[in-house]
Design a protein around this ligand. Structure first.
Ligand code: HEM
Ligand code: HEM
Ligand SMILES: [Fe+2]
Length: 452
């Protein structure tokens, strides 16, 4: 570790991993409700569990991004973080907000209260006061990191990371706009949900991957930067108008059918480019970095993101196809592999790289870490296939033959059992990952390999 303030990231990554575990365990709970529908129906209804699962996901991913930024910005800017105190205060606000949201959801407190009660929009259910807290935390973060970068060395990696993080915060402001017209509500809702994962988060992904490639493969910075600019341009060119693939059936004008189909099909390009980038860098790289686990996660991230977001996204993005598959298990299959491949793996990659450095035991427990990669990646891939089969049967029975929703669900039971099984593998993998990072090293560093 070159700068003392990089250690802030340790606290962020720790909180993120705790929420990650809660997220996947909650996935198991709601996965079991699909198998046995009355499970916990009085104590923790499905809708509440689902909310905890998806919200924990988004919150821990963002916490991880903040941690990644606190780790890599000092190194890139070649100076300490502007204010260490502010960074910890920001984390405290985020933890309080998260606890507030969890307690409000779980006990369904303050129902209907505009300030204190949950808002009932998927992914944006947080009570208004929590949303305000998120904005305050985001402003503190942006101020802190931007000041650091402005006073220090400016690199393409930090510029694009900051652009992504500013975009993340500014787009979140649309979460406050909740028009009563349902079509308008949905139109702006996607500004957050879609423009995040298929827009500004891609910039965050590209810059963190670029940083990892720079460190792990020893390729020249100029080469990394050229790729970075191409990826970012492709992501924004396709992703912004690609929002149209959510505007097919919500009452927006018909031209979205074409705009959405064409531009969202192009969204496969940046994901393909990121995969090509990662592999070309490893191929061209001169450095044999000892942290193989971080490299595995980086390559796994680029590959699974290409399949989950790119291929599984394209699968149902043309309006003629989406007409049949909209809101079926096909969507869930895609949602899982895309989020896991792109943003879960990205976080786990930078954690695998940064945590050993921050804890001064560089690198360690790699075999366990890599085993956890295969468990999680295998589990998520199996889950994706199961849900894709379920979604295909569902689409045919429900949308082509016109069978009733609940009758079709009964036919899908066996797929839900398999989804639960793959979910168990994912949860075991997550626990193993945390164990590998938290426990003392068990193995000796490969002889002769430099630690940094
Ligand atoms: C990492 C990037 C991505 C993530 C994390 C992601 C995640 C998701 C999620 C969670 C949903 C479900 C939203 C909901 O209705 O609640 C969704 C829907 C959708 N995604 Fe993605 N996605 C990504 C990239 C893409 C790409 C690149 C494409 C197209 C090539 C795509 C096409 C779609 C379509 C068409 C839907 C709507 C499905 C429906 O009509 O039910 N996605 N995505
Ligand atoms: C890191 C891994 C995981 C990620 C990134 C993830 C992500 C997501 C996302 C984005 C959704 C919303 C999907 C949509 O609207 O289409 C969702 C829902 C869900 N997830 Fe996960 N999840 C993960 C792990 C799990 C696990 C281990 C299980 C256990 C079986 C699980 C079971 C479910 C269930 C049952 C739903 C509700 C689907 C529905 O409403 O029909 N997830 N998850
Ligand atoms: Fe989208």
């Amino acid at each position: 570790m070159k700068y003392e303030s990089q250690k802030i990231a340790l606290a962020y990554m720790g909180v993120a991993l705790g929420l990650f575990l809660i997220q996947v365990v909650m996935g198991l709970v709601i996965g079991w409700i699909y198998v046995s529908p009355n499970f916990l129906s009085e104590l923790l209804p499905f809708n509440i569990g689902r909310m905890l699962h998806t919200n924990a996901l988004v919150v821990w991913l963002i916490t991880g991004f903040f941690g990644a930024a606190y780790f890599l910005v000092p190194e890139e800017a070649e100076r300490e973080i502007h204010s260490v105190k502010l960074a910890y205060l920001q984390l405290i606000i985020m933890v309080v907000g998260t606890l507030g949201a969890v307690i409000t959801y779980t006990f369904n407190l303050f129902e209907g209260n505009i300030l204190l009660g949950k808002e009932g929009r998927e992914f944006l259910e947080q009570p208004l006061w929590v949303k305000a807290g998120i904005v305050v935390a985001a402003l503190m973060f942006l101020y802190n990191v931007t000041m650091t970068v402005l006073k220090g060395r400016k690199t393409a990696i930090t510029n694009i990371l900051l652009l992504g993080l500013w975009g993340l915060a500014l787009l979140f402001l649309f979460a406050f706009y909740n028009p009563s017209n349902l079509a308008l509500d949905k139109q702006y809702w996607w500004y957050v949900v879609h423009l995040w994962v298929e827009g500004v988060w891609e910039l965050i992904m590209a810059s963190i991957l670029a940083y990892l490639m720079l460190k792990l493969t020893g390729v020249d910075r100029e080469v990394v930067e050229k790729w970075l600019y191409v990826i970012v341009a492709a992501a924004l060119f396709s992703g912004i108008l690609g929002t149209g693939h959510h505007y097919y059936w919500i009452g927006t004008p018909a031209y979205w059918q074409w705009i959405g189909s064409i531009f969202s099909s192009l969204e496969i390009i940046p994901f393909f480019a990121m995969m090509a980038f990662a592999f070309v860098m490893v191929w061209k790289g001169r450095r044999d970095h000892p942290n193989k686990a971080a490299l595995l996660w980086s390559l796994g991230c680029a590959t699974l993101a290409f399949f989950g977001a790119g291929v599984w996204g394209f699968l149902h993005t043309l309006h003629g196809v989406n007409y049949y598959t909209h809101g079926t298990q096909i969507t869930a299959a895609h949602g899982h592999l895309a989020f896991f491949g792109a943003y879960v793996s990205l976080n786990l990659a930078i954690m695998s790289y940064a945590m050993p450095i921050m804890r001064g035991r560089d690198p360690y427990n790699q075999v366990l870490n890599m085993a956890s990669f295969w468990l999680m990646a295998g589990g998520m891939t199996f889950m994706t296939f199961t849900l894709t089969f379920a979604g295909t049967v569902q689409t045919h029975m429900q949308r082509v033959l016109g069978d009733g929703f609940m009758d079709v669900q009964e036919q899908l039971w066996v797929f839900y059992v398999m989804r639960f099984g793959s979910g168990v593998a994912v949860v075991l993998g997550a626990a193993l990952f945390i164990y590998a990072l938290a426990m003392p090293r068990r193995e000796v560093i490969a002889a002769g390999a430099p630690a940094e």
